[in-house]
Design a binder for this molecule. Structure first.
Ligand SMILES: C[S@@+](CC[C@H](N)C(=O)[O-])C[C@H]1O[C@@H](n2cnc3c(N)ncnc32)[C@H](O)[C@@H]1O
Ligand code: SF4
Length: 412
């Protein structure tokens, strides 16, 4: 089952934002996330807010979803305007899931067209969709490119059949290079998602997945350590001893191999789990999250953030559609972050980027942060040359221990 939402404060039914959301808005980028909450099958490790046809039952239908999402686009544009948030064109749009490409490409195009009509699109804006390799065709990718999509992120995960089987992935490995080629022919930039540390995956298996992914020449690769989420089929299989558990040393060795092969293949890290061929090919939508910009999240369970005000929608597609159908905000809860919490979040996110964290800005967190930097350099976790220039940038060892580094620079 998908994981639970945070509690937070009640969200107002009209969705209006408090004055805090307006402060500094012209200086922040504005992005749109569109959640498509459908999958053909649920992978055993995944607890994202997504539903198979059987799980949905007779409730919200996939056919009606584009219309419901467009209703939230219109609602969002009206709320931002009535709240007095200065109008900004979209810098980035990201369709994620679930499996966006399970919907007809024409539906995704309709949602994007409605968003562009509501806000406009900055010149050179990045418009991404996630896709499973087996849910695209040359025609559907061309339709997406014609509608304004610029980038596709394929869930490749692994090139090794026994690893894909443990992950419950349905695509055959040979489908990935085909999908990459079709995307390129349609003029789309290509990213690949990989997962490492799956039970039963050897270091040689992971090397093969990395080498295979790199051989397709993607512009960008995300490589995530497999997280065993509570309540998933995988967690139950591990608990019952049917598959081996996760090993931290194995994860570390695989991360180091990933960084070595990506660098050799011409991709550089820009966030702990993300590598791109050039800085321009980094995912600008995710960078905007990590830098604390503004975004509206469309769809059930989607999260939004405008100027330190954060809210999240009801999770179930039927409840979501019913709220919008009654002209009500689909938000289930919201919170207004104080400046200290925002500062802590800024540190946690910026420390994971290769652009780093300005050491002088740690002054706002008291002496803890500034004094900790010397210890982090001594322990080989922070780059001394960048630190000398006033910037905290993680070394390879630091990236392996990013959470521990952040704990050392934040006050107790
Ligand atoms: C939620 S999926 C959406 C895109 C598409 N459905 C797919 O699976 O590729 C985005 C990425 O999150 C990854 N993901 C989901 N659950 C994960 C977990 N427990 N640990 C690591 N990565 C996970 C997926 O493998 C995928 O690459
Ligand atoms: S296809 Fe993607 S979103 Fe759907 S269950 Fe699998 S990992 Fe989760």
């Amino acid at each position: 089952m998908p994981s639970a939402l945070p509690l937070g404060d009640p969200a107002p039914p009209d969705g209006l934002l408090p004055a805090q959301a307006l402060e500094g808005a012209p200086g922040r980028a504005f992005g749109l996330y569109v959640h498509i909450p459908f999958c053909a099958v649920r992978c055993g490790y995944c607890d994202f807010n997504t539903y198979t046809a059987t799980e949905l039952g007779g409730g919200a239908s996939q056919d009606a979803y584009a219309g419901t999402a467009i209703a939230e686009v219109d609602f969002a544009a009206a709320v931002l305007q009535r709240s007095g948030v200065p109008a900004r064109p979209l810098s980035t749009v990201f369709f994620g899931g679930g499996t966006p490409t399970l919907l007809p490409a024409a539906d995704l195009a309709r949602i994007l067209t409605a968003a562009i009509a509501a806000w406009g699109l900055e010149p050179g804006a990045e418009v991404t969709t996630e896709a499973n390799p087996d849910s695209v065709t040359p025609e559907s990718l061309q339709l997406l490119a014609d509608a304004g999509f610029t980038r596709v992120s394929f869930g490749m995960q692994s090139a090794v059949p026994h690893v894909l089987k443990v992950l419950d992935r349905t695509h055959t490995p040979s489908r990935v290079p085909q999908a990459v080629q079709w995307a390129r022919e349609a003029g789309l930039a290509v990213s690949l998602d990989l997962i490492y540390g799956t039970p039963g995956e050897s270091l040689a298996d992971w090397r093969h997945s990395l080498e295979t992914a790199l051989s397709y020449g993607p512009d960008h690769i995300s490589a995530y350590a497999l997280i065993v989420e509570e309540g998933t089929k995988l967690a139950a299989q591990i608990r019952r001893g049917e598959v081996p558990g996760i090993d931290d040393d194995d994860h570390a060795a695989k991360y180091e191999l990933a960084d070595e092969l990506m660098s050799a293949g011409g991709l550089s890290w820009y966030e702990v789990s993300n590598w791109s061929r050039t800085p321009e090919q980094a995912c600008r939508h995710n960078l905007a999250y990590w830098r604390g910009d503004d975004w509206w999240g469309i769809g059930p369970g989607a999260h939004s953030h405008v100027g330190g005000v954060r809210w999240w929608n009801v999770k179930h597609p039927t409840a979501y559609a019913n709220r919008l159908g009654s002209g009500l905000s689909p938000a289930a809860g919201r919170e207004t972050l104080d400046s200290e919490t925002r500062n802590v979040e800024r540190v946690m996110l910026a420390a994971r980027l290769n652009s780093g964290l300005e050491i002088a800005s740690l002054g706002g967190l008291g002496d803890t942060g500034r004094h900790a930097v010397a210890g982090l350099i001594a322990d080989g976790l922070v780059d001394p040359v960048a630190a000398f220039r006033g910037n905290l940038v993680l070394t390879l060892k630091g990236r392996l221990l990013a959470d521990a580094v952040v704990r050392r620079i934040l006050p107790d």
